[in-house]
Design a protein around this ligand. Structure first.
Ligand code: C2E
Ligand code: CA
Ligand code: CA
Length: 367
């Protein structure tokens, strides 16, 4: 028996069954629980506690110990029939919640999670038609030269107006679109809109687009970009993509090659939400990165919070040292702008300069 399975077996009850679902996912099936739901849930939580505790011990060689943690989702089903698949799905939803809330914890599938899961299913289904039904549009947030205040570039952000759900913010639909792969279709829509916009607005130096892991992993991602640039007769230097640190760190094989190809063509490549992901910075040397977005969470505390001041100073300094362009995000006040200007941060975006809006509403007169 693989060591991890025998570790599990050492703490579950003799009547329980443990199985590996695949990858790093395991299932423990506990039968003979109390007939009362709350009592049964408590029994499951006790078993989950024992699993967490036994996993806390270091594994591997004593001179090179390693630690693992688990996120556990649980769900009680009552009665017979064939609800196992459904139960696994529900436990899975609860496990994702445990992961999102910080790992090494257990979440029980409850009514709120059920509603959330149903809403996600609805959003996924509705999203499939969003492009065909013309419900999506792209808005542009100006990126300005901090010293002159002139608009130099813009970030493209996706908007979804659903006839019944109203305007659904990207924070609610992007990760669902990723899970269901619809993100590729949404991404193509954004790339085409951006290229059309660039063609009509020669004053804008470049536009950045947000690209998710799934998009970068699609084998024809570069072709999609090249196709749109050609269709609208736009120079590749006028397009830049933003990827989060985690996406960049995980980029291997064909994703990496696609990044190199895009860079070789002249497309800019930036790190979004810089500083919020992994601490390792080696990827900045390894990958063809050209700009970093100083995350809003750090700009927020400027100029009063000492920690935020130090982090922003360090990030802007690092960008300069590595010859990367720093762009500050979420600038809302003159005081933040003054602090960033004093640091020699050349570019910024944020509500102080303009909210994301249809391209025709951008003030390009000073560009
Ligand atoms: P992000 O890439 O970090 O985008 C910046 C977000 O900050 C945007 O939210 C923008 O409206 C907001 N923002 C800009 N300036 C300020 C400010 O001064 N103060 C505050 N409080 N907020 C500001 P939005 O448009 O809701 O987008 C949220 C996230 O959704 C984006 O975060 C991005 O990760 C994702 N997203 C948006 N459009 C796309 C897309 O086309 N493709 C992909 N893959 N992701 C997208
Ligand atoms: Ca972004
Ligand atoms: Ca960002």
């Amino acid at each position: 028996m693989p060591p991890v399975l025998s570790t599990f077996v050492s703490v579950i009850r003799p009547s329980d069954t443990v199985a590996r679902l695949g990858g790093d996912e395991f299932v423990v099936l506990c039968e003979d629980l109390a007939t009362d739901r709350v009592e049964a849930e408590n029994e499951l939580l006790e078993i989950a506690d024992r699993l967490h505790r036994v996993l806390q011990a270091p594994i591997g060689e004593p001179d090179a110990p390693q630690w693992i943690s688990a996120s556990i989702g649980s769900h009680v089903i009552v009665g017979t029939g064939d609800p196992i698949r459904e139960a696994l799905g529900s436990a899975d939803v609860a496990m994702y919640r445990a992961k999102a809330l910080g790992r090494s914890r257990t979440e029980v599938f409850d009514e709120a999670l059920r509603r959330e899961a149903l809403e996600r299913i609805r959003i996924a289904a509705e999203l499939r038609h969003a492009v065909d039904r013309d419900e999506l549009h792209v808005v542009y947030q100006p990126i300005v030269d901090l010293r002159s205040g002139a608009v130099r570039a813009a970030e493209a952000l996706l908007r979804w107006e659903h006839p019944e759900l109203g305007s659904v913010p990207p924070t609610r639909f992007i990760d669902i679109a990723e899970e269901s792969n619809v993100i590729v279709q949404l991404g193509e829509f954004v790339i085409d809109d951006v290229c059309a916009t660039l063609a009509c607005h020669p004053q804008i130096e470049y536009v950045t687009i947000n690209v998710s892991a799934r998009q970068l992993a699609t084998s024809d991602f570069v072709e999609t970009i090249v196709g749109a640039l050609r269709r609208h007769d736009v120079a590749p230097e006028r397009l830049a993509i933003e990827l989060t640190e985690n996406v960049l760190i995980d980029a291997v094989g064909s994703s990496l090659r696609q990044l190199d190809d895009l860079r070789a063509m002249g497309v800019g490549i930036g790190v979004d939400d810089f500083g919020t992901g992994f601490a390792s910075l080696t990827y900045l040397k390894r990958l063809p990165v050209t700009f970093v977005k100083v995350d809003r969470s750090f700009v927020d505390g400027l100029p009063d919070e000492a920690d935020d001041r130090s982090i922003v100073e360090a990030v802007v300094g690092l960008a300069h040292a590595l010859d990367l362009l720093p762009i500050a995000e979420g600038v809302e006040t003159e005081a933040q702008a003054a602090f960033l200007t004093a640091l020699d941060c050349p570019m910024a975006q944020g509500h102080l300069y303009g909210r994301p809006a249809p391209i025709d509403e951008l003030d390009l007169s000073t560009s």
